[in-house]
Design a protein around this ligand. Sequence first.
Ligand code: GPP
Ligand code: MG
Ligand code: MG
Ligand code: MG
Length: 342
Amino acid sequence: MADLKSTFLKVYSVLKQELLEDPAFEWTPDSRQWVERMLDYNVPGGKLNRGLSVIDSYKLLKEGQELTAEEIFLASALGWCIEWLQAYFLVLDDIMDSSHTRRGQPCWFRVPKVGLIAANDGILLRNHIPRILKKHFRGKAYYVDLLDLFNEVEFQTASGQMIDLITTLEGEKDLSKYTLSLHRRIVQYKTAYYSFYLPVACALLIAGENLDNHIVVKDILVQMGIYFQVQDDYLDCFGDPETIGKIGTDIEDFKCSWLVVKALELCNEEQKKVLYEHYGKADPASVAKVKVLYNELKLQGVFTEYENESYKKLVTSIEAHPSKPVQAVLKSFLAKIYKRQK
Ligand code: GPP
Ligand code: MG
Ligand code: MG
Ligand code: MG
């Protein structure tokens, strides 16, 4: 595993160097330095789960056959495209969510002299993906499918992000619309496709598979992605900021978080008044009141129950899949996130 990660990180350096020498632009020392610092700050510092999953999944699909150096490189390059996509989303998401920290450091737009240049850096990160794909995959039979896959998933994510954001609009803050079905729509689109379906779909494409034949796999991965975002919502309030590397802002931001949806389901009239009054306010005293209420409603226990239930359901659907290698891919992905603390 440590070995896989170091191989993976070497591919990052190769891709970065290629981008910094992209002949389509007239580089100067300043511009090269900016992009290099921006990439090092935003791309490789996460858990790398999504990226590494492409290699893991591809290996499992090849059922123990030794991968060639070329195959490892290609799977890693695709893994990095997903990490680039993630960096692009996070740089912009942190501006939109007014977040403070990410991966244990200030959000990129909070770094002195960066500010809203971060918005353009997000666009650059996004543009690096098709450049990496063109350089390394242009000759492959699945090149068009790969481009199409990244485009589809980006559209789904931006659409999910849109509903995440418009539900919090000033002047329209209305907790009565926060239901489990709205929550499911938001998280399915903003998180599940790019975080769970995309890595496995990339592995299937390099293994020569047609994605139209893997609808069931997609459904299971989307369910897993929804479970993953419920964990993210839970950790936003109950996680340790040191461990998760970010400070939660969901209560302040009036987010349609799984926690507030559950709180609304479980509260009595008096508690409901507290939520209506204090949810979505930046004032630390209001945030504290919401957290006290979450504790009164024992949301940590409600979450543990949800987590156990989701895990069981996922294992059942995975074991119903006819292909053992596909089962292995899905189980390995699930094992990476079950009971995660970060
Ligand atoms: C996670 O939401 C969703 C994304 C990072 C997708 C962003 C999509 C864009 C098109 C910008 P979140 O805000 O709960 O994540 P976190 O808790 O990590 O800030
Ligand atoms: Mg956010
Ligand atoms: Mg967000
Ligand atoms: Mg979150």
